[in-house]
Design a protein around this ligand. Structure first.
Ligand code: H2U
Ligand code: ZN
Length: 345
């Protein structure tokens, strides 16, 4: 059906992606190699995230046993009220931005990534993201809380010790702002929730769904840009992390573990990505239009070493992909939920 070039519309951002399925068949002459598995120690005395070790600023990490949170020593945002940095010249516009940046270590173990943690430990990570969301959003100048993880050196991650970051800001950042506008417009026009309707449609068609449990569904979105991009969407009317019931937290841990396990199994490598949650803004308004969801943006294309580049046409015109979201979903669906490192050979 979709074997000729076409554009797909992303209703969450209002942007489009060019899909060129016929190109996926072109011969590939590059290297397809397996990288040897990284054997990390469970504790690294030189790691600035391991328990008891010293960080760049001279502060020492606690002898932590589960998750560990600290203020980023090189924070991109500052909480202090600075002299209003505002320019209202229409061509030289700026506003000051206050905020806070924190680092969240998943566990004391230097060597255990998200899919390698057990479900209880992942639930604990979700609980920490939630506590931090509540704490940061309670500050009167914070209006958005962005939870995200950069995984792998290819994604600019500075340290293999599994961790995520939280940046909380005064203004709603660009991507959530686009999603807010689109979800609101859909809600106002139709009286219905955009991602709720989208999910219902995807469940009818099934071709892009990876799997679901009682409270979440993982799928390759129709408008995916990255080869193995996925989205995890909450089934209910949950808009923020702090609204999750304990059953929903367990279900989210389950789906995060399964998505990241299948990612690792795809090329039998610790699969790099940037992921993050999009929750409703903390602007003292209720957001009936919003559905809590997480995006995974992984750069790998056909092996542990061959990545998709977002270059010429993507930078200057629009994103483009070759393999279809449907075939990416089929590949991810065919993989096991058992991590390749733990499969007995
Ligand atoms: P990545 O998630 O991209 O690896 O970033 C890790 C963060 O850790 C990064 O934002 C911070 C960096 O500023 N960091 C500290 O806060 N303390 C340190 O001692 C080193 C790195
Ligand atoms: Zn470490």
């Amino acid at each position: 059906m979709f074997d000729t070039p076409h554009r797909r519309f992303n209703p969450l951002t209002g942007e489009s992606v060019l899909v060129s399925p016929h190109r996926a068949k072109r011969p590939w002459l590059g290297q397809v190699e397996k990288t040897p598995p990284e054997n990390l120690p469970s504790y690294d005395p030189t790691c600035y995230l391991c328990p008891r070790n010293e960080r760049a600023g001279g502060l020492k990490n606690l002898d932590y046993k589960s998750t560990f949170v600290f203020d980023n020593d090189f924070s991109a945002l500052l909480p202090d009220q600075t002299p209003e940095h505002a320019s209202d010249h229409p061509l030289l516009a700026s506003v000051s931005e206050r905020g806070l940046c924190r680092v969240v270590c998943f566990s004391p173990r230097h060597d255990l990534t998200l899919p390698e943690l057990d479900n209880a430990a992942i639930e604990n990570v979700i609980a920490t993201w939630t506590e931090q969301t509540v704490d940061l959003s309670s500050k009167d100048f914070i209006h958005y809380v962005q939870v995200f993880e950069n995984k792998g050196a290819i994604m600019g991650c500075s340290n293999p010790h599994p961790h995520s970051q939280i940046w909380a800001t005064e203004h709603i950042p660009v991507e959530p702002a686009k999603e807010l506008e689109r979800q609101k417009a859909y809600f106002n026009k139709n009286g219905r929730i955009l991602l709720f309707d989208y999910l219902a449609e995807e469940h009818k068609r099934k071709e892009r769904i990876l799997f679901s449990n009682n409270h979440f569904t993982a799928l390759v979105p129709y408008w995916a840009v990255w080869p193995f991009e996925t989205i995890i969407i909450a089934h209910g009317s949950v808009t923020r992390l702090n609204e999750l019931t304990s059953a929903e937290v367990s279900a989210l841990a389950d789906i995060l573990k399964r998505v990241t396990t299948r990612y690792d199994n795809l090329f039998e490598v610790s699969f790099p990505y940037s992921m993050g949650f999009h929750q409703a803004p903390f602007d003292d308004q209720s957001h009936p239009e919003w559905t809590l969801h997480a995006h995974f943006y992984p750069p790998l294309l056909r092996s542990a070493t061959v990545r998709k580049f977002m270059v010429g046409y993507e930078m200057l015109a629009m994103p483009q992909r070759d393999i279809t979201p449907e075939s990416a979903a089929e590949r991810l669906r065919s993989l096991s939920d058992t991590h390749y490192k733990h499969e007995s050979h």
